[in-house]
Design a protein around this ligand. Structure first.
Ligand SMILES: [Cu+2]
Length: 148
């Protein structure tokens, strides 16, 4: 029979492994010229998106290209910013002063079951809504990345 200490030791190991598996990652996104690098992001719930080198830039969600009920991201001009991801889904964010030049990014969080219909919906919004228009190229790039 196993000793009580051995059982406690094993239990502690299992807990540690579980904590490691759930550990959130920090994903760094940098302002580079008038783009975000990377501009296609894959994240999991609990991850932190850390914006750095943001001189001349800030972030905002693109209206209607954001999961329902997900907290909006918003940073101050030029400042580093951390956004904690709390919800699965497909996110598109922009740098408002450079959105005309398509400074934005597409972020997939988790593995949403409705990804393909969401992507179709976002493409049609990018066709019809003026503020979403610059997202078209980013969504195309995202779709190509998925296919790989
Ligand atoms: Cu910018």
């Amino acid at each position: 029979m196993m000793s009580k200490n051995k059982i406690l030791f094993l239990a502690a190991n299992v807990l540690m492994m579980a904590a490691f598996a759930c550990r959130a990652e920090t994903i760094v996104v940098k302002g580079q010229g008038i783009s975000f690098a990377p501009s296609v992001i894959k994240a999991q719930v609990g991850d932190i998106i850390a914006f750095k080198e943001m001189t001349g830039h800030f972030v905002d969600p693109v209206a209607n290209l954001w999961p329902e009920g997900a907290e909006p991201m918003h940073s101050q001009m030029g400042a580093d910013y951390n956004y904690e991801v709390k919800k699965e889904g497909l996110y598109v964010f922009k740098c408002p002063p450079h959105w005309g030049a398509r400074m934005g990014a597409v972020m997939l969080v988790g593995n949403p079951a409705d990804l393909s219909s969401t992507l179709d919906k976002y493409f049609s919004i990018a066709e019809t809504e003026a503020d979403a228009k610059p997202a078209k190229g980013l969504l195309k790039k995202f779709k190509e990345t998925l296919a790989k």
